[in-house]
Ligand binder design. Sequence first.
Ligand code: ADP
Ligand code: MG
Length: 574
Amino acid sequence: ESSDRSEKQVSGAEIIAQALKTQDVAYMFGIVGIPVTEIAVAAQKLGITYVGMRNEQAACYAASAIGYLTGRPGVCLVVSGPGLIHTLGGMANANMNCWPLIVIGGSSERRQEMMGAFQEFPQVEACRLYSKFSARPSSIECIPSIIEKAVRSSIYGRPGPCYVDIPADFVNFQVNVNSVKYVECCMPPPVSMAETSAVYMAASVIRNARQPLLIIGKGAAYAHAEEALRKLVEQCKLPFLPTPMGKGVIPDNHPNCVAAARSRALQFADVIVLFGARLNWILHFGLPPRYQPDVKFIQVDICAEELGNNVKPAVILLGDINAITKQLLEQFDKTPWQYPPESSWWQTLREKMKINKAASKELASQKSLPMNYYTVFYHVQEQLPRDCFVVSEGANTMDIGRTVIQNYLPRHRLDAGTFGTMGVGLGFAIAAAIVAKDRNPGQRVICVEGDSAFGFSGMEVETICRYNLPIILLVVNNNGIYQGFDADSWKEMLKFGDSTAVAPPFCLLPNSHYEQVMTAFGGKGYFVQTPEELQKSLKQSLADTTKPSLINIMIEPQSARKTQDFHWLTRSNI
Ligand code: ADP
Ligand code: MG
């Protein structure tokens, strides 16, 4: 028996697949080619779900969303050189979002290194800027330990991407099975709690607040802190504001959610507790004029280096959000306290919410055609199942959509995120649909795209159709980037014979039939111009659980947001 075992050979590809399986990695996205095809085949044989995409960037977006949704990194498998370079966008996005991810890149054969090999590129170096760990195993035998380290690094501490480089000559090389030792699955990320004295101080700062506010970020979503945070909000009767992807940790329709009075809440709060949200551009750096100059920040984060960025916090709570929220709850259990529901702060916030909600309702009720954003999103919101995943990207499409479309569940919103990346939508939707298929069959994915945003990864519609994922794509079409022109203005502008006429940079073709991208691959396509057509097509799309669909929604090309106190997305307007 022992001689039989010693003769058994195993390939580099099989070792990679087994090492990933041992680390509990369940999903792989990528594009195969020389030299990585065998890795995908070996992974499939072991029951790892492999999804073949059309561009490495989208594959990487999909793999990174798996990490956020499941807490276990997905793999992005790509070929050398250009394949890996296309992946960098996805790695950078995951890095900015603090999402775990494993990228496995094939690379040229070691004996041709520095000779101008096919697609040769310094990949380990290139990935270092976008990852927590970037390495090439020094031999086939040490692949398992490098993969264990990559998976562990991706989920311990602040999550992020890790890169493993696989030279072509490793892939099909056979070694004796007995020479390979698989490292046991790494332990779940350690849970750390904040210092007791800091927790005590935080509770006391909260108790003494005149105008308190909790901000719930995507770090809280990632930390699965939904139950504890909801308890804190309800027990202490505190107002909370979700960040874009913090939406749904506590349902958007919770009475303590002050999202509709966002600017007001930020501007006048005197104590703000940040649960997994950085004071970056999304939160206006925590600085005046968007905040009071003397606002007290209590920062809760797993990453010590984050604490104190842009502001000097009143209290820092270093550790896991779920654990720390429970520590805070203990304090409020010991000495019960609640923020007075009849305070003038609550009155101010409620008043502002009422005004803002009425203003968007008013816009939504406008009967003029083409439709405006608000009309579109109100009709969409009316029909969306409460448990659906909402994916969204675009400029106005994403910003306005976020204010109207509600999330009721944590980790069910995916969007352009910290890096403001366009092109993420289809990859994210595919990842969400794959997770839904495995964990909650029948759950739907709605992907709300601007027409420009859709273009970045539009060919992934073929991927959606190939895997028969019943995703509903909405393309909110204004013929351009931010704004566009209607067909008549377009014709007028590019009048035949006028050699000086040029299309403005923000324009896209008017009345493009994006729905035909879907019908080209066997899905359902709809071109809609009225609220009635929108309602009907969405109803049909939701009823059909077997097919993907794309609803191309024509809106007023010059439609914009309602007037804002601050243009919070204007990056230059700090
Ligand atoms: P948002 O975009 O929602 O404002 P950010 O991405 O800016 O959120 O911030 C998320 C923060 O959450 C990061 O600083 C990250 O370090 C932190 N984080 C991630 N996981 C945890 C966790 N388990 N416990 C505490 N903080 C976490
Ligand atoms: Mg547009």
